[in-house]
Each structure stands twice: as structure tokens, then as C-alpha cells.
Write a protein that binds this ligand. Structure first.
Ligand code: HSE
Length: 416
């Protein structure tokens, strides 16, 4: 595979200004160099660290962001850095200057979602970000275009490749947690700060983005409950093994009724009939449940340079035929609200004295180091820092208590 930057730009090539040359930037470079049907060229690459060893010579890089932002003949800004604040500055400046942007930065998009949609509208420039959610799975454009008029019941799944990889290695192969995490980092799956992966934050950012395209709603990430797999402990591993269940980190946005949706990220215990039971390693899986099309499942690589680079390529290609998100669900008459007022079934594993602090609505069973029962999501949110620091592992065991779904209750569908 050639690592050369193509030079001698043809007049009709798309000129790309690339920010970042980490795992995804390099992946994109490989993908572009091997893409036959599409003519684009990386004109300028801006990186931050002058002293980092990279696979291209030092003179292939610039260290000044205005070398891209101020350059008139760059057609498209591709932002693949991991600093969400800096990524937002770059994206905002580019959009304000009327330049289209492709980004993979889920944190940046989730935290500034509403402003980014307004910036696009106000400046007539487009922002595409398929690579920000579930890497190679084309879920954003699918929600935006295919399901634009479907009554969605839920969008859920494994949205973080690193956590899934760690769970596969620790539970299926018996590797210890720190070694599994180190492997996920070495393979380029994990974020620079892996707490984002194993704490469920990364999955939450992706969930916020998908909720926008599925339900036309801007949810502030800090309102969404997330617990990850970092408190994985022996009692929960034993519990899952004894019952032949697997643990998967699941992000879900669920329609509760005609007005309300809830969203949260929590590990879930799944049996062998569950569609995500066999989704292992860095793969992601997205389940879309809808009133008319029922259930559809999308599975594919959710992390890594080439799968993520392929999603960026798809956006670069879409940009070349002027594709922009219309945020169709946002302009529909029915406006959804976000709520944490929902009851969920959980099993909590940890020290008995810590487990007593969880405000269960009802307890189904209780034994040494484990409590199964029902809990209100809003009461868990209030305790989330305490739960994290006490080492309690929480997993859901069922679906959130939905008030009304046409998916489950087919009689609610009006037939002609
Ligand atoms: N750290 C992310 C993951 C990368 O593990 O899923 C892809 O977004």
C-alpha cells in the first residue's frame, strides 16, 4: 500500500485540507490512495505536534491551522483531530467562511449539535459526520434518508468498539482487563483518553447524534446517563456466566409515547437469542426498531483507521455531489421531548454496603454482592459519580418500561 501523498492535482480533483494524521487520518489517506472511482487529493495536512514521529516526512505537514482555513482553493475541510474544543473552533471557522466540513469528532458534534446545525443553516455550508457514529456502519445517512418518515420505536446497540473488544477479550478469552485495554489502545480503537470509551461517554456522544437524526431532538450529553464497563467485577462476570448471558455495552434511545423519548448508556445482559449476542471485538451493532419495518440490524467494524476512513471517504464523496443533511425529523410537526423519568430493570454488582445506596423502586432478588430490581433512571443520574467511584457495576436486564409502542402493539397501527 502506498503512503505517498498524490501530487500534481488535476483541475477537477477535490482539494482536501486535512486536520490530524492519527489513526483515522492515516486510514483515510490509505483509503483515498486506493479509491479508484473518486478523484480527490489531500492538499494540506495540519497537525499539532511538531516532534511526533510520523510515517510521512516532516515537510508533508503544516502546523498552522490557517494554512487550511485561509486557503481559498481548498474545497473541503476534513477534521480528524481528537481535541473536541479545537475541532469545534476549526469547524466553526470553516462553516462561517462558507467551506464544507467533514468531521469524525463525536464529542465535538454532540456537545455543539444545535449550534452546528444553526451554523450550517446560517452560512449555507454543510457538515457531514458519518464517521462519528459506529465508524463503518452507515447509520446516520440511513436514519436521515431511509427512515425519514418512519415512526421509530428505538435505535440501540453497541456503539463503542473498544469496550466491546475489551469485553470479548476479558469474558470470552479470560484476558485481564488492563491487558485487554492496552490491546485496544495499541490497535488504535481507543480514544486518547480511554475513559471516554470504557466509561460509556463515547457511546453517549454517538447516541446524542443518532437521537438527533432519529427523533429530531437535541439532547445535551450531560443529561444522558452513562455507565460503562470500567467497573467490571467478578460477581457480575460470574452472574453472567452462570446464566449463559453475555455483557454488552448498549446505548439506546427509546420512544416512550407520542411525545417523549429516553436515552441512556448502560451495560446490558443479553442471551443467545439477542441480535447482538455474537457481535464481538471492535464490531458495533445497531438495531433500529420501527413501526412499519419492524427490526433491522446493522453490524460492522466500529473502530479502526480503515473502517473509519471509509466512512470519511463516503462523506467526501457525498459532499462532491452537494449532499447535506436536511435534519428532516427536526422539521416534522411532532416534537419529541427527552426524559429520564423511566423505570429500568437492573442487576447491580459490588460491595453490599455500596449496593444499599442504590434507590431501588423494588427488589426482585438479593444475595452476596448482587441486587436485582427496578430503579428510576432519574435517581441513578443523581448518584452517578458515587456509583462510578464505589466500583459498582450496573447492567440492565430488560427493556425500559415503555408506555406505549406501536412496535409491540400492532393493534395501535391504523389499517385502511
Ligand atoms: N474509540 C472509539 C471506539 C473509536 O472504540 O468505538 C470509534 O469511534
Amino acid at each position: 500500500m502506498s503512503n505517498d501523498i498524490k501530487i500534481g492535482i488535476m483541475s477537477n480533483d477535490i482539494k482536501i485540507g486535512l486536520f490530524g494524521y492519527g489513526c483515522v487520518g492515516q486510514g483515510l489517506h490509505d483509503v483515498l490512495n486506493n479509491s479508484k472511482g473518486f478523484r480527490s487529493n489531500i492538499d494540506t495536512i495540519v497537525v499539532k505536534n511538531k516532534h511526533k514521529q510520523r510515517r510521512l516526512p516532516q515537510d508533508a505537514f503544516s502546523f498552522e491551522k490557517n494554512d487550511i482555513l485561509d486557503k481559498q482553493d481548498i474545497d473541503l475541510v476534513v477534521e480528524l483531530i481528537d481535541d473536541a474544543k479545537e475541532a469545534f473552533d476549526i469547524t466553526k471557522t470553516a462553516l462561517k467562511n462558507g467551506k464544507n466540513v467533514v468531521s469524525a469528532n463525536k464529542k465535538m458534534i454532540a456537545e455543539n449539535f444545535e449550534e452546528l446545525v444553526a451554523l450550517q443553516k446560517n452560512h449555507g455550508a454543510g457538515l457531514l459526520y458519518e464517521a462519528s457514529a459506529c465508524a463503518s456502519i452507515p447509520i446516520i445517512r440511513t436514519l436521515e434518508e431511509y427512515y425519514d418518515n418512519e415512526l421509530l420505536e428505538s435505535v440501540s446497540g453497541i456503539f463503542n468498539g473498544s469496550s466491546n473488544y475489551i469485553l470479548s477479550k476479558v469474558i470470552n478469552e479470560g484476558l485481564d482487563y488492563p491487558s485487554a485495554l492496552a490491546k485496544a489502545q495499541a490497535l488504535g480503537f481507543a480514544e486518547s483518553d480511554p475513559t471516554l470509551d470504557v466509561g460509556g461517554y463515547d457511546a453517549k456522544y454517538k447516541l446524542v447524534i443518532l437521537s438527533g437524526h432519529a427523533y429530531g431532538i437535541f439532547i445535551k450529553p450531560e443529561k444522558v446517563f452513562n455507565l460503562g464497563i470500567d467497573n467490571l467485577n467478578e460477581p457480575i462476570i460470574r452472574y453472567a456466566r452462570d446464566q449463559k448471558l453475555k455483557i454488552k455495552l448498549i446505548a439506546q434511545v427509546v420512544r416512550l409515547d407520542d411525545k417523549n423519548v429516553t436515552a441512556f448508556v448502560l451495560p446490558k445482559l443479553v442471551n443467545s437469542d439477542h441480535p447482538l449476542y455474537n457481535v464481538e471485538n471492535e464490531n458495533n451493532g445497531v438495531i433500529v426498531r420501527a413501526a412499519f419495518s419492524d427490526e433491522q440490524i446493522f453490524i460492522g467494524k466500529g473502530a479502526g483507521g480503515h473502517p473509519t476512513g471509509s466512512a470519511v471517504l463516503s462523506d467526501i464523496s457525498a459532499n462532491s455531489y452537494d449532499y447535506q443533511y436536511e435534519y428532516k425529523k427536526m422539521s416534522q410537526a411532532n416534537k419529541f421531548l427527552f426524559t429520564n423519568n423511566v423505570t429500568i430493570d437492573i442487576v447491580a454488582a459490588g460491595f453490599n454496603e455500596d449496593l444499599q445506596k442504590i434507590p431501588f423502586v423494588s427488589i426482585q432478588s438479593q444475595k452476596q454482592g448482587l441486587i436485582e430490581g427496578k430503579v428510576k433512571l432519574e435517581t441513578l443520574i443523581a448518584l452517578q459519580n458515587e456509583i462510578r467511584s464505589s466500583g459498582i457495576f450496573i447492567a440492565t436486564t430488560g427493556e425500559p418500561e415503555v408506555l406505549h409502542t406501536t412496535f409491540k402493539n400492532k393493534d395501535a397501527l391504523v389499517e385502511v
